[in-house]
Ligand binder design. Sequence first.
Ligand SMILES: [Ca+2]
Ligand SMILES: [Ca+2]
Length: 294
Amino acid sequence: MSKGFNDVVTSLQVRPNGDTNLTGRYMLRNRSSGLYLDVMNGDTNNGARIRQWTYNGSAAQQFEFSHQGEGVYIIRGVVSGKALDIDAISTANGAKVHLWEYLGSANQRFIAAKSGSYYQLIASHSSKAIKVAGNSANSGAYVEQWQNEVQASSEWELVPATTTNPTLNLQKQAEAYSSMSGVGVETTSDAGGGQNVGWIETGDWLAYNSITIPASGNYTIEYRVASSNSGGRLSVDLNSGAIVLGESEIPNTGGWQNWTTVSHTVFINAGTYNLGIFAKTGGWNINWFRIVSQ
Ligand SMILES: [Ca+2]
Ligand SMILES: [Ca+2]
């Protein structure tokens, strides 16, 4: 009889094996009721209740899964970005499920355990499953945690949700800068006419204020350039170099008015910025640039 030994044993939790391959947004359809996991009224506050509801295709029924390793996920409501959370870190049957700002605690981390073609979501802190209260078939029934008896009301079909991020396709004329250092403007012979920026030496720069990025993600930035030199290079940054997005090489195009388009991929968080193009190695002209959602 060792109380210490018993304490160690009872503190162990038997963890189901989690699926490690989930990523992105899902709608969760309950096996028992056929209804969908739903943030009540699309509430964005801490404590927003989670219920089941008739399918309506809204973002309040979409959840973003972020794998944390070993089949453990943070599950965020798409509307608010807040995390699925068991109220007050309770381990009791019937504890309510709501959304809360992600704080990194175990009651905000869930194991996605496969159950046939369905999934159970097991709270890390309690080893209890997310299910519909009272096994209700009614739209509006709340969702809670309960000891895992592999009830059909604790099994969820994960339906991939279409990403509905707004897209961006923004072209800026290079000569329409907000501020600059060291450059000049001339008539261009590129398609579309107008002007291009030239006289770009190493260390010169161009800045474009109030560029709005509508959603966090990968973007392609295209640059329309010409050069008689090899080895040109630009870097692109946000807010006077506070965030450097990346660099792009500018090839010898065979003449100062022989135009080509070069591009690279950068990740940008949603927001409004002053965008800078900096000549790491000068000796090229630029007519325009374009930022396009991927
Ligand atoms: Ca210059
Ligand atoms: Ca131009």
